[in-house]
Design a protein. Structure first.
Length: 377
């Protein structure tokens, strides 16, 4: 009898051990929060949820001599169709600026002239005339100025005007353009950061109607919340969004580092996905007339961000339709010619396994740290 009891007890423990083993196997291999799947990053693509259509790529630049090796390499390496060009209100346009604008125009690149607002000698009444005089001069030379911006009206270092004076200035410039029958359109307000409140104030006084597109600079000094807020305002007023200076941090970071490149790609993809931007202009292709640049140094040494931008610009064509995504890493997904193009950027130093869900289809990828992966589906 004692042996029989012992055997029953053993059988009971064997059954319990079997159940425990099965539960452990299920936990390890199937339960979603287990250690084996914690290392897998989730990326979801919604192929039936279309957002904005991208109208191309571009950047910011100062006028350079047309025979400058850097400029030629830049414009042949990056497929840009918009350039925002810093102009210094030349009474008699200098030879460099004149020839540069002619060259850009001959390449079919849309010119966006950018004018500063920090010149203390220019008044509200001076600026509209001075801007339109210059545009008329260029038009007579066969140079088409498609758009103009007024640089950073919300930043004290960039603008001498109060909010009310800025609104008056915008109205006067728009009126002067119409009186002279100039086709140049204003894009703005061209704020220094994703300053949603400044744009809301313009909407409250009816000033957004003067702009072809709502524009801002994507520097993240105030965080990322402004991107979506501006997108919502633009949608309400049926305006496209342009990021006229796209950069994570133009002056404060180590621009030779992979981290700087990663932060910029994250900023770019965020501006497109959450900010609904149809056009992003990197800041800066070239900064200053002395040859100082952001993508290259004065010795023409290429920085990592150049190669990442080159991949994006060459992979995502003009006319691509942005698809909704949810992702733990920077991602940009578009539809073009009945294909889905997905760009994934692992912005961490370590390799990552990624599970990409495209509707019902799933794809597993391994992406090395600080590298881009491209999938065409």
């Amino acid at each position: 009898m004692r042996l029989e009891n012992i055997m029953k007890a053993l059988n009971k423990y064997v059954r319990l051990a079997t159940v425990f083993t099965l539960l452990l196997v299920f936990y390890v291999f199937y339960y979603p929060s287990n250690a084996n799947t914690n290392d897998v990053i989730s990326v979801k693509i919604y192929p039936n949820y279309s957002q904005q259509t991208l109208i191309g790529w571009g950047g910011n630049i100062y006028p350079f001599p047309v025979d400058d090796d850097f400029m030629k390499y830049l414009l042949t390496s990056l497929p840009v169709n918009h350039l925002r060009i810093f102009s210094d209100f030349p009474d008699v346009p200098g030879e460099i600026e004149d020839k540069f604008l002619s060259y850009i125009n001959s390449k079919g690149i849309n010119i966006i002239l950018n004018f500063r607002l920090n010149d203390r000698t220019l008044t509200i009444n001076d600026l509209p005339k001075k801007i339109c005089d210059y545009i008329e001069y260029l038009n007579k030379r066969g140079i088409s100025v498609r758009y103009l911006t007024l640089n950073e009206p919300d930043a004290k270092l960039s603008s001498k005007f109060t909010f009310d004076n800025y609104v008056s200035l915008v109205k006067l410039i728009k009126t002067e353009l119409l009186l002279r029958n100039l086709s140049t359109e204003m894009v703005g307000p061209d704020t220094a950061t994703p300053n949603g409140r400044f744009i809301e104030r313009l909407a409250e006084v009816g000033a957004l109607s003067y702009f072809k597109a709502i524009a801002y600079h994507s520097y993240e000094y105030k965080g990322l919340d402004g991107f979506a807020a501006i997108a919502n305002t633009a949608k309400f007023y049926d305006k496209p969004v342009w990021i006229t200076e796209q950069n994570y941090d133009a002056v404060g970071s180590n621009m030779y580092s992979n981290t700087y490149a990663a932060n910029n790609i994250r900023n770019l993809f965020w501006g497109i996905n959450k900010g609904n931007a149809e056009l992003c202009l990197f800041f800066s292709f070239a900064w200053g007339r002395d040859g100082g640049v952001v993508l290259f140094d004065k010795g023409k040494k290429v920085k990592p961000i150049f190669y990442e931008l080159q991949k994006v610009f060459n992979t995502i064509p003009k006319g691509s339709v942005v698809l909704k995504t949810d992702s733990e890493i920077p991602v940009l997904a578009v539809r073009y010619n009945n294909k889905i193009i997905i760009m994934l950027y692992n912005d961490q130093n370590t390799d990552k396994n990624v599970r990409i869900s495209i509707g019902e289809k799933q794809v597993l990828r391994s992406i090395k740290g600080m590298t881009m992966d491209i999938i065409t589906y």
